[in-house]
Design a protein. Sequence first.
Length: 401
Amino acid sequence: MDWERYDHSGIQFRADGWICRVLNIVREQFHRAVPAHSHGAGSYELHYIPSGRGTVMLNGTARALSRGMLYVTGPGVVHEQWSDPQDPMAEDCLYLHFEQAPLSQPGAGDARADSLTARFLRQQVWLGQDQEQLDPLFTRLFTELRDRRPGFEVQGETLIRQILIGAVRNYAGAQASQPENKPGYKIVVVSRPESPDRSAGRAGSGTGTGSGSGTQAGTAAAPALPPRLDPANEQILLMEECFLYEYDKLTLADLSRRLGRSERQTQRLIRQQYGQSFRDMKQAARLSAARVLLQSTQLSIAEIADRVGYTSSEHFSAAFRQANGQSARAFRRSFKASAPIARSAAPESEQRVTVGQTTVAQPTDGQATDGQTTAAQTTVAQATAAQPTDTQTTEAKPTGR
């Protein structure tokens, strides 16, 4: 199956004083490129590669993907990806949103800095070889959602908890071989506002996915509070999906119909959320997809123009030059010259990866990147200085694949 997707699964659970909502779950065999995009505060994606090969760009830095790899993208991390056409990549993806539980709920004050959930949320970006056997967990999760046998919601929740535990254990395993004081490493902890009520509740023990003593237990702050979801966020998610997957043919009339709004209301909503018009958003998505195709395929300029929805290669070329400051051909030549997938001149046992504005050591055996970006401070413009992008995000709004 090339595509299996479950939106709004209804699965949600409390974990260490946080509420985790599962917004969508996707399994896909990639025969297409995913344009650059990022997520709002409190939103995380887990990407597991069960087969095939491909490339992911994390904040402008290219990394090779292969079977058994996991990468996690949190708030503000700009990422795009494409498959090796000779060995198309498959991906299992969880899109999650975390918010702190209301104080009226039992255990709401348990969002401790050393809890498992807090450690997961602090890791804004991670890429490495899975050492925790996540493949059978994802396979079972899709089986449960597909068959919908009695109790599948409980089984789904249990499996997602296990996947989160596996992710944090992957982080810890990688960090064990990469000391925090090693040159080039930087741990960024996001502080959260303190209040007397919540401060008093910190001493409680979590009852969610688990807890443990982290490397910075007792000194690190819990992650910043993400906003609570409201009905409008569902429409933001729908808009993001449309611009991400349907940029080639999306019309304002169609989007308005799906949102249940008039065209004028839809334009106003887009302007409020992104500071752009529908036309600008659509063009940005098209050109982002075009950049991926220029990097990852041998398609001609005319073929790329047609694939991303332009009626003529001349119109596409003019738009691309205006947005990127160079022609599509020059962009492709510069990308090839930079050889982003090739390893650097660093020793074979260690490569260096730039994540946002932090440079970290990257072992060649697929260990983790410890560099992190701060959800409240990272914007697309800051995160992609190495590679211009037209995509814009609004920090307080979750955007998903």
